[in-house]
Write a new protein. Structure first.
Length: 260
């Protein structure tokens, strides 16, 4: 005895169950692919911004502590004061001499608030350079063996003297203290704008370096010979909640800090 052509109810239910299972698996794959397509560019952007941050801070820390090439106070700045410190805002401040020509010593005392710097010529200034090689509209570092240091902005240069802005400094300097063209820069994160900022301590100007930096932690270790900077890089777009923050840590031994 034969039955009419067709499917039984049980067969239809089994077929429907198989179709639902296969459709669910395909839908999961499609959604996963869409999620990857949305988040992969964001993840790549996180990694790129992390690389930029490391390159910027690494270049600055590689110069940290570079000092004078001649004179009684020649050598790395670390012998006289800490050139890498944690700033008051929790950022990183770096000091270094940036010119091999613009270096000299004071021929007369420099009081706090004074604007005229008299330069000593014998054995301190490079030959053939008026004003010891200093130029207007540049930043200079003044320091002495006591550990005092200040940053000044040069306004004018004459044969053997400099005029600096009349900002109040932290120390009175005796004759023989060093002065050199240099940079003092502070890197910090503004939590409101989520930006990595760089402040030029000579001019007071602050510029953004990188967007979507959520946090920054700075540690100065091993008696000032090692710096560790940890940044939390956040997602930049609407896909951000699907991409976790990227935490990077840069642990470095600046070469000019190792002779301490």
């Amino acid at each position: 005895m034969t039955r009419d052509a067709g499917f039984s109810l049980i067969e239809l239910l089994v077929a429907m169950a198989v179709m639902v299972s296969v459709s669910g698996a395909l839908l999961s794959l499609i959604l996963a692919g869409q999620s990857i397509a949305r988040t992969q560019p964001e993840a790549a952007d996180l990694q790129q911004r992390a690389r930029v941050a490391l390159q910027t801070l690494g270049a600055e820390l590689a110069l940290a502590g570079a000092g004078l090439d001649r004179g009684p106070l020649a050598g790395a700045l670390v012998h006289f004061f800490p050139p890498v410190v944690r700033s008051d805002e929790g950022g990183l401040t770096v000091w270094y001499v940036s010119s091999r020509e613009a270096q000299g010593a004071l021929a007369a005392p420099l009081a706090t608030g004074a604007t005229d710097v008299v330069l000593a010529s014998a054995g301190n200034c490079p030959s053939g350079f008026a004003g010891c090689g200093f130029t207007p509209d540049t930043t200079a570092i003044v320091f002495d063996p006591r550990g005092c240091r200040d940053v000044v902005r040069i306004v004018d240069v004459s044969a053997m003297s400099l005029q600096v802005k009349g900002t109040r400094r932290g120390c009175d300097y005796s004759a023989g203290a060093a002065i050199a063209e240099g940079e003092v820069r502070t890197y910090r994160v503004d939590p409101a704008t989520r930006q990595l900022l760089r402040r030029d301590e000579g001019t007071g100007a602050t510029l953004p370096v990188l967007d979507n930096i959520a946090a920054m932690n700075v540690e100065v270790l091993d008696a000032g010979r090692r710096a560790r900077v940890t940044l939390r890089v956040a997602a930049a777009s609407a896909a951000g909640p699907m991409v976790p923050d990227l935490v990077i840590s840069y642990d470095v031994l600046p070469p000019n800090l190792q002779g301490r």
